[in-house]
Design a protein around this ligand. Structure first.
Ligand code: HEC
Ligand code: CU
Length: 314
């Protein structure tokens, strides 16, 4: 019974925490359904039973009933205590990572997720983790409030500026799972998505050594087109000429662009490179310097791919 209901409206459960969270959720849900039906039936029954039948009919003078009052005090108290201790227990398990868990640093900023691995490498938009290993995520934000949410893992935690928050998970099935930001953080909020890619231990080690295998052997222009979406460039830059938070990329290669400080630049490989690594160094006229720096967060190959992609947008 629980399983079909669960499948009906809860996302797939793919972490060891998910079951505990779902069980409690289902318990509360069924308890609510039960009491809703009970109260509805009694209310309707009383309406019929005690309906006023003649003009001078008087309501019986009842002051109280000790047994009834004890029942409606003690029964809900017991139920509340069950939910409290069950919830507290589940919460503690969900909040405290087991010893020896692998650690991932998560950085949120408008509107991208960045993941730092134990070996010091950094990736944007895609979090690789090995299956069946506990992973502790330590999070902070570089600007406003965001929230890290993996529905399939039943993991959700706020990400705050100026302090670390943490949570953990242990994925039980290989696959891709979305991380939608769940704290409204401005215009690009609905686009602020990343994925958790759960892979075998072997594939994970290979990833640490060689980077994302999907990016290998891909022509730079095509890789650039993927990165445009995966790295979050698409939240601010269009490719069809329409103006967004940032200038469109359509036809910018070899154009002359004027900066807010009056300087003119020819949009070439160096200009694009600097724009990505040190966006504040050259702010295009008519825009604000809100672009995040990608310095140290993307590999040289990715940079070359982005430049190739921008060049191709005639
Ligand atoms: C938060 C919004 C935002 C994101 C995300 C963003 N940019 Fe920008 N970008 C801007 C803004 C605003 C400007 C114009 C001001 C400036 O030059 O800093 C700009 C300017 C640029 C320029 C110069 C464009 C021109 O017309 O001269 C390039 C190239 C560029 N961005 C590349 C990228 C790449 C590549 C990514 C993704 C890896 C990216 N941007 C992500 C906001 C963003
Ligand atoms: Cu957000």
């Amino acid at each position: 019974m629980n399983t079909w209901l669960r499948n009906l409206f809860l996302p797939n459960a793919s972490s060891i925490k998910a079951e505990g969270v779902d069980d409690l959720f289902m318990f509360i849900l069924w308890l609510n359904i039960l009491f809703f039906l009970l109260i509805a039936v009694v209310t309707i029954g009383f309406c019929i039973q005690y309906k006023r039948r003649s003009a001078n009919q008087k309501t019986a003078h009842i002051e109280h009933s000790t047994s009834l009052e004890l029942t409606w005090t003690i029964l809900p108290l017991i139920l509340c205590m069950i939910v409290f201790f069950w919830g507290f227990n589940t919460y503690m398990q969900a909040a405290v990572a087991p010893d020896g868990a692998m650690e991932i640093q998560v950085t949120a900023k408008k509107w991208i997720w960045t993941f730092g691995y134990p070996d010091g490498s950094v990736a944007i938009g895609k979090l690789w983790v090995p299956v069946n290993k506990p992973v502790r995520v330590i999070m902070h934000s570089e600007d406003v409030l965001h929230a890290f949410f993996v529905p399939a893992f039943r993991v959700k935690a706020d990400v705050l500026p100026n302090r670390y928050t943490e949570t953990w998970f242990q994925a039980t099935a290989v696959g891709d799972y979305v991380i939608p930001c769940t704290e409204y953080c401005g215009k690009g909020h609905s686009e602020m998505k990343a994925i958790v890619r759960v892979v075998s231990q072997q594939d994970y080690e290979k990833f640490l050594e060689e980077g994302d295998p999907e990016e290998k052997g891909m022509p730079p222009e095509k890789l650039g087109a993927n990165l445009y979406v995966n790295l979050g460039c698409s939240t601010c830059h269009s490719i069809d000429g329409s103006k967004g938070q940032g200038p469109s990329w359509k036809g910018i290669y070899s154009a002359q662009h004027k900066m807010v400080d009056g300087k003119q630049f020819n949009v070439d490989e160096n200009y694009i490179r600097t724009s990505i690594l040190q966006p504040q160094a050259m702010v295009v006229e008519g825009y604000q310097g809100i672009m995040p720096s990608y310095q140290g967060q993307i590999r040289e190959r990715q940079l070359v791919a982005l430049i190739a992609y921008i060049k191709s947008l005639k």
